[in-house]
Design a protein around this ligand. Structure first.
Ligand code: FES
Length: 112
């Protein structure tokens, strides 16, 4: 049985263009997901860590929104260029990337 050390969920939800909340897909979620998948594969980590697209995480204004388990660390405004840093510092070294963290319980706020 596959036992993952870390699982990254990337919101790839899509809404109509005129929706006031916007959506992560319009903010580049597919590119973020592709970057995670590519970087994990290039580093030979696919058997230990996985990146999976998911539906709305309810922090739409801060998208692209990402959450990492098992720590339940939430990130906002993630771009493909942030992905190598998240993998190296958080997924491999266990140190969350503070500049990207958001507060899961208070949408719109930085992590406490
Ligand atoms: S659309 Fe991504 S958090 Fe809601």
């Amino acid at each position: 049985m596959l036992r993952l050390l870390r699982h990254v969920f990337i919101c790839c939800n899509e809404r109509p263009a005129d929706d006031p909340r916007g959506c992560c897909l319009a903010r580049g979620a597919d590119a973020v997901r592709d970057a995670f998948k590519r970087e994990l594969a290039q580093r030979g980590l696919r058997t230990q860590m996985r990146a999976t697209r998911c539906g709305c995480l309810d922090h739409c204004e801060q998208g692209v929104t990402v959450v990492v388990y098992p720590e339940q660390v939430w990130y906002g405004h993630v771009t493909p260029s942030d992905v190598p840093e998240i993998i190296e510092r958080h997924l491999l070294a266990g140190e969350p990337v503070e500049r990207l963290r958001i507060d899961r319980d208070h949408p719109g706020a930085a992590a406490p």
